[in-house]
Design a protein around this ligand. Sequence first.
Ligand code: A2P
Length: 335
Amino acid sequence: MERMPVVGVVGVTGAVGQEMLRVLSERRFPMRGLRVFASSRSAGKRVGYSGGEVEVEELKKGVFKGIDIVLFSAGGGTSREYAPDAVSSGCVVIDNSSAFRMESTVPLVVPEINGSDVRWHEGIIANPNCSTIISLMALAPLHREYGLKRVIASTYQAVSGTGAMAIEELRRQVEQISRGEEVTREVYPHQIAFNVMPHVDSFLDTGYTKEEMKMQNEGRKILHHDRLMVSCTCVRVPVYRAHSISVSAEFQEEIDVAGARQMIENFPGIQVKDDPGRNEYPMPLEVAGENDCYVGRIRKDLALENGLSFWVVGDQLLKGAALNAVQIAELLVEG
Ligand code: A2P
């Protein structure tokens, strides 16, 4: 890979796309050039980058010539349609959608956990699901030491995970309620302001949603652990930014709480904030905008054998999406 690549961002006007630009700039990602794309609606707009501005180009077939690495975050349909074109133009695609994650030729990478998997890519590398990344940041160091068997998890997912339109929907509904007006909705099937909705992504015949299956399916691929069992309930909450996950995990080996805490503390990209006596535990309001994930409420699980329960929070636009994608790009450049 070129050490000073030309970088592309597809979906640059979106919630994750905007963060991708900010993270690239903040981490001083080495590049010779930057090209940014969105739909025809945004073509010609200018977006800020590193103190300057870049003009948004319309995404079309053939636009990728001369680009070395392109980050996609414009939904699965756009990735399916345009990522193969980018690959045939010689780009390496880092795709934030779920379109290619489970394909056998596509590495699914969290750099701190399975960074070496980038080596076997054939043009596309997938960025995992946001709640999966955040949960695995805490589970991976424990798995290495104690051998993970099964996970029971509930997510508390922020609206920005749905995109810019959903951030606007929550803001508008809060204003409508405070003015005593009728609440309108466009994005979610129910009012999200002052509510919680046990529904993220579409339902399968099993009664689980697609989002709920990602933690098991993607978790197995990232941890190289085919027998991992996960039962997950995904919930949308009226939080603008940062996902929280309540995790109970069962391990092969007997687990001691102090040792588990140490394993998590020693792992890069995750911090322990756990002092219940002082009301200290991670919450989305504080974790929003942070690169690291935070774990608290670490305790022995009372219902599982060799079990541990904890609460983990991460900014899903950063470690759950843009930051993880840029870290993958960094691995490519470092070679
Ligand atoms: P645009 O702003 O021009 O619609 P979010 O997930 O926050 O809703 O953002 C989605 C991103 O994906 C936006 O940048 C959006 O661009 C882009 N996008 C959506 N559909 C397409 C498409 N068909 N072609 C290119 N970009 C798209």
